[in-house]
Write a protein that binds this ligand. Structure first.
Ligand code: FMN
Length: 207
């Protein structure tokens, strides 16, 4: 009965109706040029399974590690990799995403994107979104242990934390570069769990 009524409404409505289930949130999933970028496929999948709208934004270098097509298919939304992908709307797509996001999650995050964010650079959509959004930002770094422990990275991370940006990981283990140490991407399930917690706590604030 309810199904038929819905079908009738859809037929008569001139506009496309997007139904958002209660609890559904928009997540911008930033993917950067790390060897761990392939793990973003599982992360995108988990976030979709958790019931969220996922919009993947990749750096140019990330596209060398994982195909935008894979992430587009798993996220069920177009992937942004350049300002010039944004031709659908009069409004710049990166600003649309920055405003729409309930969470910006960057996983994996390179030393480079961390430095860019610390310095407020905006030369590609992901960096611009991080500047323009007022949503919480969660960063899951992945890099060589010496890069992670370099004073420049430590300073950049401290700067971002002081601005309210949250970090998850990295963890210790065998790194792709052949070293063992601190620099592995945090477990994808735990990143998704933390993202869910940050999204759910927004409901609690509103209620
Ligand atoms: C095989 C390979 C693996 C890499 N893995 C990492 C990594 O895990 N973390 C990192 O910070 N940089 C890594 N890099 C270096 C980054 O790709 C490089 O700094 C790049 O400029 C990052 O660009 P982006 O932050 O715009 O994606 C890797 C490079 C190569 C060739």
């Amino acid at each position: 009965m309810e199904k038929n009524a819905r079908r009738r409404t859809d037929k008569t409505s001139a506009r496309k109706v997007v139904r958002i289930r209660p609890g559904t949130k928009s997540v911008v999933l930033g993917v950067t040029g790390s060897i761990a970028a392939y793990k973003s496929a599982e992360l995108a999948s988990l976030l979709v399974k958790q019931g969220h709208e996922v919009f993947v934004v990749m750096t140019h270098d990330a596209t060398e590690f994982i195909s935008p097509l894979t992430l587009q298919t798993l996220s069920k939304n177009p992937v942004t990799a350049s300002f010039f992908d944004e031709k659908e709307n009069w409004r710049p797509g990166h600003i649309e995403l920055a405003d729409r996001a309930n969470l910006v999650l960057i996983a994996p995050a390179t030393a480079n994107i961390i430095a860019e964010l610390a310095h407020g650079l905006a030369s590609h959509p992901l960096a611009a979104i991080a500047l323009a959004t007022r949503a919480p930002i969660l960063i899951a770094p992945a890099m060589n242990g010496k890069m992670w422990q370099h004073p420049a990275t430590i300073e950049n991370v401290e700067k971002l934390k002081a601005r309210g940006i949250e970090f998850i990981g990295p963890e210790e283990g065998m790194l792709a570069c052949g070293y063992e140490g601190l620099g592995r991407l945090w477990k994808v399930n735990d990143i998704a769990f933390r993202a869910e917690f940050l999204l759910a706590s927004q409901d609690n604030l509103i209620a």
